[in-house]
Design a protein around this ligand. Structure first.
Ligand code: SAM
Length: 182
């Protein structure tokens, strides 16, 4: 795992250097915290989806934990890097280029604000994956401040009834929403 994280770190530095100080919605999770949160969930081939997968490292951690891992990411350059990273470390994850908001999903307007970072438009990522959102057992997301309830709304209305949602809330840790519980 250390070599994966070191490689991911080098990738991040390359992305940062390329953008030359411009704003970028791509910031990464605390991988150690995610790794520990995944340990609490049984895997055994259950399906895992990373919303906004960026470099796809969280998906690779899930693959290491025994999940059938998937990611959806808007930016094609990041999808390419994620696939290459998985190959270099001999790990399996399916990445689709598109949006994790499925076609036809209408966000509750009360949850939208103009500074939304994850509102970007793209093709429905579930079509490329060939797996609809409600078939995933575990879904992971890293909302920006103000986006948490939008992610929860998407999960509650379009996710599977038996699924678990993991939200990385930065300094507030990881929120886990399990079936039947808030
Ligand atoms: C905060 S980063 C998280 C990266 C990674 N999941 C992690 O936790 O380390 C969010 C990523 O979501 C992507 N993104 C933003 N809106 C999206 C959307 N509607 N569908 C898919 N990806 C999106 C961004 O390009 C960015 O790479």
């Amino acid at each position: 795992m250390l070599s994966l994280l070191a490689d991911a770190d080098a990738e991040e530095r390359a992305i940062e250097a390329a953008r030359g100080g411009a704003f970028d919605a791509f910031i990464t999770s605390d991988y150690e915290a995610v790794w520990r949160a995944l340990a609490a969930l049984e895997a055994n081939g259950r399906t895992f989806l990373e919303w906004g997968s960026g470099l796809g490292v969280v998906s690779l951690l899930a693959a290491r934990r025994g999940f059938a891992a998937h990611g959806i990411e808007l930016r094609e350059d990041l999808v390419r890097r994620a696939r290459a990273l998985a190959d270099r470390h001999g790990l399996e994850a399916e990445y689709a280029c598109g949006s994790f908001f499925p076609d036809g999903f209408e966000p509750d307007v009360g949850l939208l604000d103009e500074d939304l970072v994850h509102g970007g438009e793209g093709a429905d990522g579930y079509v490329e994956l060939g797996v609809p959102l409600d078939e995933f057992d575990v879904v992971f997301g890293f909302p920006w401040p103000g986006e948490e309830e939008l992610f929860v709304d998407l999960f509650r209305r379009a996710g599977g009834p038996h699924a678990t949602l993991l939200l990385n809330l930065g300094r507030d840790g990881i929120r886990t929403i399990t079936p039947g519980r808030g």
